[in-house]
Design a protein around this ligand. Structure first.
Ligand SMILES: [Zn+2]
Length: 363
């Protein structure tokens, strides 16, 4: 397979949109149940397409040739995923030269440190607001609008996702305005090219139990969806997602998780609402039993944060049974705990779906 080059004609893009909208109804994985119950995604309005922003290609930043054959898949990605690079941190060099240097550093790390054969993400967005191609061919393939360059940035989901690495770490501080503006422009263009609904704009943590893209940037994803919807001239929408709990977390979600872990056989675990060492051990064991690999964000040069035992999007589906709340006393306790905390749910005699659990968990 080869990448197509050149932007699609408006006519071809319109045809593409129709087929993509049809395909979206059968989206893969946990999103299926959500999509089936959610209001239908509004079709993008003709004539309100987001323009292609200036994107520096691999040749412009001096990429090494890839050591693998780039895999171009004959379908569009389902999700547009936001990451932060974490290390080496929040540089105050906002120049284009610096942005190009980050791309070379990440590529070297991914090829030499991780053995991936090329950059893992499809695009990189710098703190100075420069957008650069990551994996080779990503730019031309998005321009084509019908295919997907498989990257390496969301463990277990790389055929479904197109990933953007945003330079910096956003656990405690906000992104620079320039980075925000270029992120909106890039995501709006990708969503236009691929006909993706804005609720399919997600963070790395919506797939793996990781901090990425940081609490602050993650907390702005709805604002990003709204801005992208505005740029595309469509209505905004909000996805239904799982929360991220980690050692040190406290409260009703933790207590509910502990009841659900007890229901899974960790009877010795106290449901005290505090995510301590025993809860962490139980989550690690559960992940191990189910073969869930730990996928931390991979643009980082050095890992400084241990994300072992994080309870996120790849763990909740193992914990939240399709039962009525009365079928198991621990499950009933978990539901009661979340209801007291204000979680939304339907009546108690129906099977609890993933969407019900997400509602109960307060997302
Ligand atoms: Zn990430």
């Amino acid at each position: 397979m080869t990448a197509q080059s050149g932007p699609p004609t408006p006519a071809r893009r319109a045809v593409l949109r129709g087929s993509v909208a049809a395909a979206a109804a059968g989206a893969v994985g946990w999103q299926t149940a959500t999509a089936a119950q959610a209001a239908p995604a509004p079709a993008p309005r003709a004539g309100a397409e987001a323009a292609e922003p200036r994107i520096y290609g691999t040749a412009e930043w001096g990429a090494r040739p890839p050591e693998i054959d780039i895999l171009v898949e004959d379908h569009v990605p389902t999700f547009i995923v936001v990451h932060h690079t974490a290390d080496p941190g929040n540089s105050e060099d906002y120049s284009l030269e610096h942005a190009k240097q980050i791309c070379r550093d990440i590529q070297n790390f991914h090829m030499d440190g991780r053995g991936w054969g090329d950059t893992g993400q499809q695009f990189t967005n710098s703190r100075g607001g420069f957008i650069l191609e990551g994996r080779h061919q990503s730019l031309d393939v998005v321009r084509g609008g019908t295919q997907h360059v498989q990257g390496a940035n969301v463990g277990g989901h790389n055929s479904e996702v197109i990933g953007i690495e945003n330079e910096g770490i956003y656990t405690d501080v906000d992104v620079p305005p320039a980075l925000w503006d270029s992120l909106v422009a890039l995501v709006a263009w990708i969503a236009t090219q691929y006909g993706r609904p804005v609720e399919n704009i997600l963070g790395h943590r919506d797939f793996n139990s990781t901090e990425c893209p940081g609490n602050i940037l993650y907390g702005r994803l709805q604002e990003l969806r709204d801005a992208v919807a505005g740029a595309m001239g469509v209505q905004s929408a909000t996805p239904s997602v799982w929360p991220l709990l980690r050692p040190g977390s406290t409260g009703a979600q933790v207590r509910a998780a502990q009841h659900l872990l007890r229901a899974k056989g960790f009877e010795g675990l106290r449901a005290d609402g505090v995510f301590g060492p025993a809860t962490k051990r139980a989550v690690v064991k559960l992940a191990e039993v189910h073969g869930v690999e730990q996928h931390v964000c991979s643009a980082a040069h050095h890992r400084t944060v241990d994300e072992t035992g994080y309870l996120g999007s790849d763990i909740w589906p193992l914990l939240t049974p399709r039962l009525t709340e009365g079928a198991n006393s621990e499950v009933g306790e978990a539901v009661a705990t979340l209801r007291r905390a204000g979680g939304r749910t339907k009546g108690g005699s129906e099977l609890l779906t993933p969407r019900d659990w997400k509602g109960l968990l307060g997302s």
